[in-house]
Design a protein around this ligand. Sequence first.
Ligand code: MG
Length: 339
Amino acid sequence: MQLSFYQYELQLKDTFNLSSSSRNSTPAVMTEITHEGVTGYGEAAMPPYLGENYDTVLRFLSKVNLSQFSDPFLLEDILLYIDEIDSGNFAAKASLDIALHDLVGKVIGLPLYKILGLNKIKTPYSSFTIGIDTPEIIKQKISNASSFKILKIKLGSENDKKIIETIRQITDVPICVDVNQGWKNKVFALEMINYLADKNVLFVEQPLPKEQLDDAKWLKNKSPIQIIADEAVQTTSDIFKIKDSYHGINIKLMKCGGLRTAYEMILFAKKMGLKVMIGCMTETSCAVSAAAQLSPLCDWADLDGNLLINNDLYDGMKIIDGKITLNNFAGIGIKKLKT
Ligand code: MG
């Protein structure tokens, strides 16, 4: 098998504001793994908070020698070899894991969800993310997202209640809230959650800093709506640590290292009685469509990353009337738009 890769800067349609940062583009590295004329595609997207960048991903990928493997179906062996090259590097590893699953699906001639035995009818609705912004821009963004049945609102600034009031003036669509660790105090967080519970908010994601597990446990036991871990859970072993502090987890391929770990995390979290959301970073349709393959197993999805960029490289999963809609393309469900 042959690996190739290149840098690709994802251009955001709008400046993306979170409680702690804002940005106009996201670095990504695209991978391609070819075996006997068939190519699988993968992607590493690198939002700043995960600590990976062009240098770390390119350095990691340059150490990977796939020419030693002649059978792409030896996924366990290949992914173990990749994992042991170095610790961390989750996005870089995800890019290889995604490309390998795409390749294997294409060789078999079936979409990954079918290979895994999943029912495409059971895909969840995806939320559409509205970043922290002025009331005028928020109104504009919501009117552009009218086909979505759930909106995801970023909170964690001092204007939180104003943002919610602005949204509730224009729509009563259910919302979920992502605080990105922006509330620092459990009493304040509970007060905010009690306020949100009256505003048709389905759940609150990462209300407190990820280290504050005791505070999150206190909050979980008092909160009238579910609280979900995102930054507090990266990979499978974290699930055990956070299971008493949150009602559910947000799984992302770039955080956990790819489809194989994500699948394991979904099954483990469900066995622990946790709800599961599948999410994404700012990504092309490559990584988003890969994540969508697992979405029939999930309670919620937030797979809108490809809709936030204006230089997508692939045709892939579509959100139709708010629902994740899987196509029948073999592999992770994408076709490359340009070469
Ligand atoms: Mg989040």
